[in-house]
Design a protein around this ligand. Structure first.
Ligand SMILES: [Zn+2]
Length: 307
């Protein structure tokens, strides 16, 4: 009898330890560093001929449901909204699309789809037809799926700028896939730390959430600044608390370099304090997007060419 209860207690203690390790442990070594050189970003944003973007527009085409405990370590077991966005950098004479959302076929089996806006997604799809450049913040299908599923992918392919690392990890796009024939002729974007993509737009290499993750710094023609974080942070709460997703998500679901992301969160937290004019946009936070839209820093709805 006594041996039995000791065994039971041992199992319970092991389970409690496992739960703590997977869901609650937010200790993190602080020896990894991620530096953000703002002066260099601003310098690169000024490179290239032509005007900077006059607006950053967004579409919210679907929303998933996660628990807060999946988003931030130690979070509540309450269901929260995970909206999916695409962004359009608008120039007087062209557009750049950053992140392409995902179509219904990819969204449907995805984790707890809450809503899908067919009209918004149709605008994303049409905007890709005429975009001068198309980039994604990372490989995951809620950012790259609209590209992969595009009905005229071969036609829009010349505008696509996937990085060398993203192309080396197209498996991370699953369940989205890109046709091998297009991958074979893909012109990989290679850069070390920063890349001036276009006037006012600088890519920031940020491996961690996925190998091919990058952030996008945008300086508008009027001087206002945005930093699209991709999924370095899903929510503002990750930045405020400097706290990562739980290990259950980073280790078992995403295979993320958790310490690299944590270093990025520390750097972004510092940046928010020191450079508050650079407005940070987490990957899936309606509160932030709506506040920036209310301030006029983001504009709802993509602009489409007249048909
Ligand atoms: Zn995402």
């Amino acid at each position: 009898m006594r041996a039995k209860s000791i065994a039971t207690l041992t199992v319970l203690a092991a389970l409690a330890g496992l739960y703590w390790w997977l869901w609650l442990d937010h200790r993190m070594p602080a020896d990894r560093e991620f530096a953000i050189d703002v002066a260099e970003l601003r310098r690169l944003a000024g490179e290239g001929d032509g005007a900077k973007p006059d607006a950053v527009r967004f579409e919210k085409s679907s929303a998933l449901a996660f628990t807060e405990s999946m988003i931030v370590t130690g979070g509540r077991w309450a269901v929260v909204d995970m909206p999916v966005y695409a962004f359009q950098l608008h120039y007087p004479d062209r557009t750049i699309v950053v992140d392409t959302a995902m179509d219904r076929s990819l969204a449907k089996p995805a984790f707890l789809l809450q809503s899908f806006d067919d009209d918004a997604y149709a605008r994303v799809e049409r905007a890709l037809d005429t975009a001068a450049l198309i980039v994604v913040t990372h490989e995951h299908f809620d950012h790259s799926g609209g590209l992969a599923q595009h009905p005229r992918l071969a036609q829009i392919w010349p505008a696509v700028r996937l990085t060398e690392t993203q192309l080396a990890h197209v498996d991370r796009m699953a369940p989205a896939t890109l046709p091998q024939a297009l991958l074979d002729e893909a012109d990989a974007l290679r850069y070390e730390r920063y890349h001036a993509l276009a006037p006012g737009v600088v890519l920031i290499k940020s491996p961690g959430h996925t190998p091919g993750s990058q952030m996008v710094y945008v300086q508008l023609a009027d001087g206002r600044e945005l930093l699209l974080l991709g999924d370095v942070a899903w929510k503002q709460r990750n930045l405020d608390l400097v706290r990562e997703r739980p290990r259950f998500v980073t280790a078992l679901l995403i295979r993320e370099d958790r310490e690299a992301v944590h270093a990025q969160l520390r750097a972004l937290h510092r940046l928010a304090r020191e450079q508050s004019a650079i407005r940070q946009v987490p990957g899936h936070d309606a509160g932030v997007i709506d506040a920036l839209a209310a301030e006029g820093l983001l504009q709802p709805g993509f602009v489409l060419p007249a048909t």
